[in-house]
Design a protein. Structure first.
Length: 101
């Protein structure tokens, strides 16, 4: 609204302030999306710490998140070396995860 009234009155300070607020809001929204992924990683990590050898499906049920989201979290945690995948001779869906030592 401030941007619209600034255009009709030729108040360029108000227009630039409104545009700045829009850009800042978009930046904060983007940052929140990034942080949400990191918070979910911590929840998954805590679940694995409390339940060593947990499978992806059990972790998803335990943290109350969809399996595909937990799969992304597990992938990131394995990639950075906080968790490792126990690769036994079981079906890939039944592989378990443990904290690295």
């Amino acid at each position: 609204m401030n941007a619209w009234t600034a255009q009709t009155k030729a108040d360029y300070a108000a227009l630039s302030t409104a545009l700045c607020l829009c850009v800042c809001a978009a930046g904060l929204f983007g940052e929140d999306l990034v942080q949400r992924g990191h918070r979910q990683d911590l929840v998954v990590l805590a679940h694995i710490a409390a339940h060593p050898g947990a499978e992806a499906r059990g972790i998803a049920r335990g943290v109350g998140a969809p399996e595909r989201v937990v799969a992304r979290n597990l992938s990131r945690l394995v990639e950075i070396g906080l968790v490792f995948l126990v690769e036994d001779d079981v079906h890939p869906a039944l592989r378990s995860y443990r904290l690295t030592s």
